[in-house]
Design a protein around this ligand. Structure first.
Ligand code: PHE
Length: 341
């Protein structure tokens, strides 16, 4: 009898279970009431009294072994069933990589610009992209026959020439001046539209950040220092800034702002046309007519304003040579911009 027990023990150990059918065979052979082990228990009844105890112990070991093996394998197949059969998902497959998106370079640069000015106490203001003549031109002291009002620059709405797509975000600043009392320190980033042929250097839709500061005793020196601080924060502490006399209807005096070329550090290269300087925007002292148009007392208050193109700054910052890349949405281009560093 002991030999038989040993033999079946070995059989239990070596029985290969690769699928549910095998497991059922195993159950029938060793675990069920009609199986081999139950048979042995029957036989035990015939065994002599002195041997019964030892034999019984061996038999119990065998029974436990078979039951344990069955339980383990059964759980194994049950788990498989719930993960692959029930849900249709094979959990053993390698996972699909989750691709991380990245921010658009224009968004990264806009945010960086905004942060620099926020630290100087500027708040943010927004306004409509479809504007009326007053906010885009007239309040800003554009003479009636100024060329910027003509069709080649501005997208007018055909049925109503009083309505146009804004050509700059200075229109937002008119709205701020009309609705707030000085001191005003505000920054208006946004999309602007001009009727220009699309090329590597120009687009009919682009982005600007314009700034406005109005208070008592604001001077051109404040403007210079503010933009100098911005240039150092944005482009690095060795960056220099220069103002060239210019003209805008809404500022007097007006200037064009240049910074030292980021590519050649002022040595001269093809980006800066060998001058060592690149233009980033315009600026000036707010014309008293503009203040009066917005019901601000120009005898008491003065202010400065500036405007910059976000595309232009982004191109300088990253050495991008073609502005059209910003709107083509080629992921090979977009993927390269994760942070400004
Ligand atoms: N609004 C001007 C432009 O779009 C930029 C500018 C803003 C210039 C403020 C001077 C002062 O070109």
């Amino acid at each position: 009898m002991l030999d038989k027990i040993k033999e079946i023990y070995k059989e239990v150990e070596e029985f290969k279970v690769d699928n549910k059918e095998h497991l059922e065979q195993f159950r029938l052979s060793f675990v069920s009431r009609k199986g081999k082990i139950t048979e042995l228990f029957e036989e035990l009844k015939q065994v002599a009294q002195e041997e019964k105890k030892a034999m019984g112990q061996e038999l119990n070991k065998l029974k436990n072994k078979a039951e344990e093996k069955f339980k383990e394998l059964n759980e194994h197949f049950e788990n498989q069933k719930s993960s692959s059969v029930n849900t249709g998902i094979d959990v053993t497959l390698p996972s699909v990589p989750n691709e991380l998106g990245s921010r658009h370079p224009l968004s990264i640069v806009r945010e960086k610009i905004v942060r620099v000015f926020e630290r100087m106490g500027f708040n943010l203001s927004e306004g409509p992209e479809i504007e009326d003549d007053w906010h885009n031109f007239t309040a800003l002291n554009f003479p009636e026959n100024h060329p910027a009002r003509e069709m080649q620059d501005t997208f007018f709405i055909e049925k109503n020439p009083d309505i146009a797509l804004r050509t700059h975000t200075s229109s937002v600043q008119v709205r701020v001046m009309e609705n707030q009392k000085p001191p005003i320190r505000t920054l208006s980033p946004g999309r602007v539209f001009r009727n220009e042929a699309i090329s590597a250097r120009a687009h009919c839709v682009f982005h600007q950040v314009e700034g406005l500061y109005i208070d008592e005793n604001v001077s051109f020196a404040d403007l210079k220092q503010t933009l100098y601080h911005f240039a150092k924060e944005m482009f690095g502490k060795d960056t220099k800034i220069r103002f060239r006399p210019s003209f805008f209807p809404f500022t007097e005096p007006s200037a064009e702002i240049d910074i030292t070329c980021l590519i050649c550090k002022g040595q001269g290269c093809n980006i800066c046309k060998y001058s060592g300087w690149v233009e980033i925007g315009g600026a000036g002292m707010v014309d008293p007519n503009v203040l009066e148009n917005c019901k601000i007392d120009s005898k008491k208050y003065t202010g400065f304003a500036f405007g910059m193109g976000i595309e232009r700054i982004t191109m300088l910052k990253y050495g991008i040579k073609d502005l059209r890349l910003f709107t083509e949405n080629d992921v090979r281009f977009l993927r390269q911009f994760t942070s400004l560093g």
